[in-house]
Design a protein around this ligand. Structure first.
Ligand SMILES: [Zn+2]
Length: 482
């Protein structure tokens, strides 16, 4: 995610109620760990209700129909899951009212709290290790729901885009809503035939029937639920193949004024070259297609939806680099816990600096020195005080996670050498391709690749909550404070 720069960004963020709400507490009336009942809670300390126990989602087949005039969404989602415990019942995360549930073709009992948890009791218990298919039918107005302080539905009477972080799925499909449970996706969205639908991955088909068009998108690589998106509206589409051979699909809203639309289309067209450049730095692009979407809706942030980031009309090259860098850092290698957010935001922000350096801007070391020089004179600021290896649910998108996070990566290059850093980053994304990882795993790999003891370095930059002294050990050369 990248927020629009302040002050307009702050204003929009306030208006839009962006993420960073209060963690939800345990839900009364939902059993947490009864024998034979999959837990309604996951394991994330920041948002305990995210995800569930006892099930592992493998594939989502999401079918939704959206009515622009009423803001109503009707859905039928089939999830192929594996039981990881003997289950008498299990939970899914969904905000919309449920109208029916089947497990392996048989009607199942269900109850909803109306607040994020859907409890399902199949006719017969499910044994650990067994694969099963749950089909959920649901309908409601996503715009009326909130969770963890977030109201994430972004729509007008002519355009809609499901994009947000750390939560989005519960507004439009049931899931184990946590990045640690990735799955593949087929998504079919039905809207009036005058509109187009854009989603993740490859567009499989578009079928028109009685004034409605159903568009089918497929993501064949495992994907975190919050990275699944769809947008519907009227778009200018640019398709082709990057110089390195990756198919791209770019969409720009016709809701933008023609002049702005032309500018935006030119910016988004940089996607191919930037994807190709990132490959030269990080190794093969992790997915089958690239691209992006610029919505005409007022959005104060961009988001790294897998294979197809979404932007607002304020798109610029740095934010494209950021969201595309997330395809490696955040999407292919997803966080194991939300506290690992530095692995997403610090690294994507670092790649912005690296891209600038490779395209006529200041070197990464100059970037680091300048940032250090600017920030070190405010030693008591949140910029230095926050533990960015465990920032807390209210602070995962703080400036410190992004900018001090990026400085940490740059300083690591200074400390171990930039060739070693390049090797480390490539090995990191290769080792955890299509998977999940933790900050501690990155620290261990950095030590193993460099052959250096880096506990002090990471403590100083990530955890100690004060300005790292300008020492060689901290990757700071030729810079002093003040
Ligand atoms: Zn980001």
């Amino acid at each position: 995610m990248r927020r629009l720069a302040a002050p307009l960004g702050l204003l929009l963020a306030l208006l839009l109620c962006l993420p960073g709400g209060v963690p939800a507490s345990a839900l009364p009336g939902v059993e947490a760990s009864d024998y034979g009942a999959g837990a309604a809670q996951g394991t994330d300390s920041y948002w305990p209700l995210d995800g569930n126990g006892g099930t592992d989602a493998r594939h989502y087949d999401v079918r939704v129909r959206y009515d622009f005039a009423s803001g109503r969404l009707r859905g039928r989602t089939a999830i192929t899951m594996t039981a990881t415990a003997d289950l008498r019942s299990f939970s899914l995360d969904l905000l919309l009212p449920t109208t029916g549930v089947k497990v392996d073709g048989r009607k199942a009992r269900f109850r909803t709290s109306g607040k994020h948890e859907l409890r399902v009791r199949p006719k017969t218990p499910i044994a650990a290790g067994q694969a099963f298919r749950v089909v959920v039918r649901y309908a409601g107005k996503p715009g009326e729901h909130r969770y963890a302080g977030e109201r994430n539905w972004l729509a007008s009477r002519s355009e809609v885009v499901a994009m947000n972080q750390p939560h989005m799925a519960p507004w439009w499909f049931p899931s184990n809503d946590h990045p640690s449970d990735k799955a593949t996706f087929d998504v079919r969205v039905t809207v009036p035939k005058g509109k187009q639908v854009v989603g993740n991955g490859v567009r499989v088909s578009r079928k028109v029937k009685r004034g409605l068009a159903t568009t089918h998108w497929r993501m064949s690589d495992p994907m975190a639920t919050y990275l699944a998106f769809f947008a519907a509206g009227r778009y200018v589409i640019d398709q082709g193949t990057t110089a390195a051979g990756i198919p791209y699909y770019n969409a720009v809203s016709r809701g933008l004024e023609p002049k702005l639309r032309g500018y935006v289309r030119g910016q988004l067209a940089r996607t191919g070259a930037i994807t190709d450049w990132l490959q030269t730095q990080l190794g093969p692009y992790p997915f089958a297609t690239t691209g992006g979407l610029v919505t005409g809706l007022d959005v104060g942030f961009a988001l790294e939806n897998q294979s197809r980031p979404t932007y607002g009309g304020w798109i610029y090259p740095g934010v494209i680099v950021h969201e595309l860098a997330h395809q490696w850092f955040g999407d292919s290698v997803a966080v194991q816990r939300w506290r690992d957010i530095w692995l997403n935001e610090g690294f994507a922000t670092y790649m912005e600096a690296a891209y600038a350096a490779a395209h006529g801007g200041p070197s990464v070391v100059a970037y680091l020195d300048k940032m250090y020089d600017r920030e070190c004179t405010f030693p008591a600021s949140d910029f230095w005080r926050l533990d960015i290896a465990d920032p807390g649910a209210d602070h995962i998108f703080d400036e410190a996670v992004y900018d001090r996070g990026a400085m940490t990566v740059a300083a690591l290059g200074n400390r171990i050498g930039f060739d070693e850093l390049a090797t480390l980053l490539r090995k990191w994304v290769a080792d955890h391709h299509d998977g999940n990882a933790t900050v501690e795993q990155f620290e261990a790999l950095a030590e193993s690749v460099s052959g250096e003891e880096l506990d002090g370095f990471f403590a100083a930059w990530l955890r100690e909550g004060k300005v790292p002294p300008a020492t060689l050990a901290n990757g700071l050369q030729n810079v002093t404070c003040g």
